[in-house]
Ligand binder design. Structure first.
Ligand code: ADE
Length: 239
């Protein structure tokens, strides 16, 4: 028996500000959040019905008091959420940086057809490919075209800024969405044999002079609104 991708969809999200609009668009606001592991702040909210949807977040770092962003928390959240929810599809959803030179625009939503790391540079044969990752990505291109989404590479690193060496790597992979979690989520999904895609809304353009943090703060609301709308549309299209 083949299990449809849309049967049990899990969204893995880093920041509460990204997750809240997604929970609202999926009708999960009434559901209670539970902690995924006693030693980590990762949380999950699970809906009910025959085709339940869940939103897992990295939670708040207990020492620093901010959202636990970036790749390490993403791994813990993804693994624990997969074991609890047993999804048929994992979607790494959140904000990302875009590229003016590749036609990127604030608020645009990108669906991944390739997911790599750009800062795990290891100049040793074999380890170079391991560092880049290039994890399996589910082919949702037909749905993406129907929904008018941009399709392209999502590239992950553990920094908000982008030194030239990272930019060169992202030119090589023609990255459209630079984030801090997608490839880490994808790595877990590959090991757990769960189909994966990244859905990223552009809050800032990496290759314009204005500081990324300022663009991010100004555009987060519009980007997360578009992300939530698209998350609901994608979920509906998957049946
Ligand atoms: N999230 C939003 N904008 C980003 C950027 N420029 N780099 C990494 N993660 C991001």
């Amino acid at each position: 028996m083949t299990i449809a991708l849309g049967e049990r969809i899990l969204f893995v999200v880093a920041m509460e500000a990204e997750a809240q609009p997604i929970r609202a668009s999926l009708g999960l606001t009434g559901a209670e959040a539970t902690q995924l592991h006693p030693d980590f702040p990762a949380m999950i909210t699970i809906g009910d019905g025959p085709r339940p949807r869940a939103v897992a977040t990295n939670g708040t770092d207990s020492r620093f008091g901010v959202d636990a962003i970036a790749s390490q928390p993403a791994v813990v959240t993804t693994l624990t959420a997969i074991e609890v929810f047993e999804p048929t599809l994992v979607i790494s959803a959140g904000a990302a940086g875009g590229f003016d030179k590749r036609g990127g625009a604030i608020g645009e939503v990108v669906l991944s057809d390739r997911v790599v790391f750009h800062d795990r540079r290891v100049q040793i044969p074999g380890f170079d490919r391991y560092g880049r990752g290039d994890y399996p990505v589910a082919d949702l291109s037909a749905i993406a075209i129907d929904l008018g989404l941009t399709i392209g590479t999502a590239s992950t690193g553990n920094a908000l800024d982008a030194p030239q060496v990272d930019l060169d790597g992202m030119d090589e992979t023609q990255t459209l969405a630079k984030d801090m979690e997608a490839a880490a989520v994808a790595w877990v999904c590959e090991h757990k044999r769960v189909p994966f895609v990244a859905l990223k809304a552009i809050t800032d353009l990496v290759d314009v002079p204005e500081p990324t943090g300022e663009q991010f703060a100004r555009n987060l609301a519009v980007a997360t609104k578009n992300l939530a709308t698209t998350a609901a549309q994608l979920t509906a299209a998957l049946g």
